[in-house]
Every structure is written in C-alpha cells, then in structure tokens.
Design a protein around this ligand. Structure first.
Ligand code: PLP
Length: 424
C-alpha cells in the first residue's frame, strides 16, 4: 500500500507531513552532508543547538509566546507532565508559605516547621477540572503524589452527564479553591482537549482569569498548535509532541518565567521530605531543565528536529496569520465532518455535547453503537484507504482525529464516505 493512497485518522501517534518524513529519512542517514546521521550526533553539538534554537523560535512565532515565557523540551511524554506540574508547583507553593511564616516567627526553625506542617496539612489544594479520561488521570496522579485530600476535583463532567464524559459543567457549578491574599490553590489544572472523549474547551475559562488568577496548568497534547492561545493566561502549557507536532519522544512545556529562579524558589528537597511531600526526579524539575536550555541530559535531537520542521512548515505557510492560518483550516475540516454527521441523525450520533465538540478528535457512534454495524463501517472505511478510525478501547465507537497533518483532501474523502455509508 502506498502512503499516498491512505488517509490516517489515528489519535496519536498521528500522521506527519510526508515532506517532513522524506527529509527525515535523509537526515537520519546523513545530516547536512556531515556523513553522520542526526541520531548519531551529540545533543551538545553546534548542529543540535541550532536545531533546538530554531524549533523553539518556530513555536514562539506560531503562538506569539511572550518574552516572559520559556519553552522547554523534555522526554516526559504527556503523562510525565501530570507529575511535573504537581512537583514543581507544589514546591513553589510550599516555599512561599515557608517564607511568609519565617517572616512572622523569625528564624526559630522548629516553630517554622511546625507551623508549615499545619498549613500544608490544612491548606494545600490542587484544583482539577475533570472533563475526560486524561484530566482524570492527571488528577489521579496528583492524588498519588500529594495525597487525595489535597486534590480538589473542582468539576467532574460525569456528574451531570449520566456518569459519562461528554460535557463541561458550567463554570458556576465549579467548586474552585477560593483565591485569598497569599493563598489559594497551588495550581488549577485542565485538559484543553480530551483526546478519548472528544471534548474541547471552547475558550479559556472566565473564572480562571483576573489579576489574582491562580496558576493555571493546561494539557494541550492533542490540540497544541491548532488554534490561537493567549499564553499569558497560563502558568504552564504542556503537550506530548506525537499528535499535532511531531513524533513520539518529547514533550514541550511553555512556562511562565516568574515560576523560575530568581523570581520563584522551590522548597528544598530536605524541606519537602520533612513535610512528607514527595520530591520529583531531577529530569522533571523545571528550574533544572530551564537552566540547562533543555540539555540537562540527552535530548533526542531528531525528535526536536521533526517538531521544528513541522512548525517551520506552518510558519512558512501562514506568515503573519501564524497559527491562525492553521486554525481556520482545522475548524473548516471539523465543521464539514460534524455537519455531515448531523445531517444523518438516524445513522450517526456525535458523542459529546454540541457546545464542547472537539475540533481535533471527532467521536461518534454508528447506528446507536451497534457493534456489528460499527465494525462494518470501519471495514468499509478501510477499503477506501481511510484508516485509524476506531474509537479508544475504553469508550469504543468511532473517532476521527483531525490533526494538522490530516489534509483537507483526507477530510473531504471522509465526508464522502460518511455520505455514502449513510445513504447505503
Ligand atoms: N494528555 C492527552 C490529552 C493525551 O491525549 C495523551 C495521550 O494520548 C496524554 C496526555 C499522554 O501522553 P503520553 O502518552 O505521551 O504520556
């Protein structure tokens, strides 16, 4: 089967632009005529440094990332960032509390520690908006690391939706930890696009805005660089590269610099241990990664190169529109697929509520979820070269992932098949 004969709608790892892969095959063998391939050269070589700088700059350009933000590359995957956000922001929260207590009681260390223990015990809260299986996993990881009593599930989308994901509760129903002077939650976390459940936040939540806004962490693994983002509203944005950006192997973190030394100091590992809080691995420590320009340890430079090529492709394609150019195309592809599904309500049912339908992962059922009919639908699609449409194993059904590398031609062919199937 030729690559050009199929369109792949897998949810991740996901398709990459063919031109990038063709060049990748070359650079693996011989990078810039050095006679050595890109996976063979040092991550500290001038070539690797140039790739890192270029990739960083492409992301900064695309998303208009302000100067007071840093871009980090880690090998954590998306899931590693579930832990990294907790480790890093809890350590900052604890140190702030320690400094304040020390101001009040002077340098009586025993007294500081006793008071701090009480404050951690009573006040440490991490807020999670659970809107799908990935934010659920992130909240479970937080509970594993700091203890369930410190995790406040401020919204659980299953509650008012018959026990299933597929909606986002309205903000007046959220129970966020109150913002107080010098207090509030260590972080507020949400997943911007839930890959399994096909739920995407239509916009940044209003209740997380304002001068005294909490530190917001967002997982953008499956909708990274697919729409404009007001980066300033976030403390941390992260995503695994393997959906919209590149191949598996790296995660990208956009981090507010005020969370790094000298602006913010994390609590020392000794102090965290005394408070029975876990100490994170050094490879997830944002200050360490930032200080070393993402080269604390061996960074897979080939993966960074792929991400860079994909992003430079978008920079070149959309010019001053930047990511807005891709956003228009993503929206249009998603619109045409959803419109077709909606046209045949007797055949198709989109799973999530209309108000939160993901532009990236289009989840639907065929004939009410009849297993044989869905199997037949998938088999028919495969015959037409439309691959990777099976829903996630935990929820079943059909999922068409509409990432950036899915071409308009691919989306149109899917629409054509949806029409044909419905009419048959
Ligand atoms: N977050 C989201 C939204 C995802 O879709 C995924 C993976 O599919 C992850 C996190 C986990 O990423 P990884 O497998 O790189 O840990």
């Amino acid at each position: 089967v030729n690559r050009s004969d199929v369109h792949y709608f897998g949810a991740g790892p996901a398709p990459l632009p063919t031109a990038v892969l063709e060049e990748a095959a070359q650079v693996l063998l011989n990078y810039k005529d050095k006679g050595v391939g890109l996976c063979e050269i040092s991550h500290r070589s001038p070539e690797a440094n140039a790739i890192l700088a270029e990739t960083k700059q492409a992301l900064i350009t695309l998303l208009d990332i302000p100067d007071d933000y840093d871009v980090l590359f880690l090998q954590s995957g998306g899931s590693g960032e579930f832990s990294a956000t907790v480790y890093n922001l809890v350590a900052i929260w604890v140190e702030k509390k320690r400094a304040k207590i020390a101001e009040e009681v002077g340098d009586n260390q025993d007294e500081v520690l006793a008071r701090l223990r009480k404050v951690v015990d009573e006040e440490l809260k991490l807020d999670y908006l659970v809107t799908g299986s990935w934010s659920l996993k992130a909240s479970q990881e937080a509970a594993r690391l700091v203890g369930a009593k410190h995790v406040n599930v401020a919204a659980d989308a299953r509650k008012a939706n018959g026990g299933k994901f597929g909606a986002i509760p309205s903000e007046d129903q959220w129970s966020l930890t109150p913002r107080t002077a010098g207090g509030g939650p260590a972080l507020v976390y949400f997943c911007d696009n839930e890959t399994v459940d096909g739920v995407e936040f239509p916009a940044f939540p209003k209740s997380l805005e304002g001068d005294d806004a909490p530190l917001v962490c967002a997982d953008m693994s499956s909708n990274f660089i697919s729409r404009k983002v007001d980066v300033r509203k976030y403390a941390v944005i992260f995503g695994g590269a393997q959906k919209n950006i590149g191949n598996t192997g790296i995660a990208i973190v956009i981090l507010r610099k005020s969370l790094l030394p000298p602006h913010a100091t994390p609590a020392s590992p000794d102090l965290l241990r005394q408070l029975n809080l876990s100490v994170g691995p050094i490879v997830l420590d944002y200050p360490t990664i930032a200080k070393n320009n993402s080269l604390y340890n061996t960074l897979p430079i080939f993966d960074v190169w792929v991400a860079g090529q994909v992003m430079l492709g978008l920079v070149n394609a959309y010019g001053t529109k930047r990511i807005g150019g891709q956003e228009e195309i993503s929206n249009e592809k998603a619109r045409s697929i959803y419109d077709t599904l909606d046209k045949y309500p007797d055949v198709y049912r989109v799973v999530p509520d209309k108000s939160v339908r993901s532009r990236m992962n289009i989840c639907f059922r065929v004939h009410g979820g009849d297993a044989d009919k869905e199997k037949g639908f998938l088999a028919g699609a495969e015959k037409k070269g439309l691959l990777g449409l099976k829903g996630h194993r935990s929820v079943g059904g059909i999922r068409a992932s509409n990432y950036n590398a899915v071409t308009t031609e691919g989306a149109n062919l899917l629409v054509k098949y949806l029409e044909e199937y419905a009419k048959s």
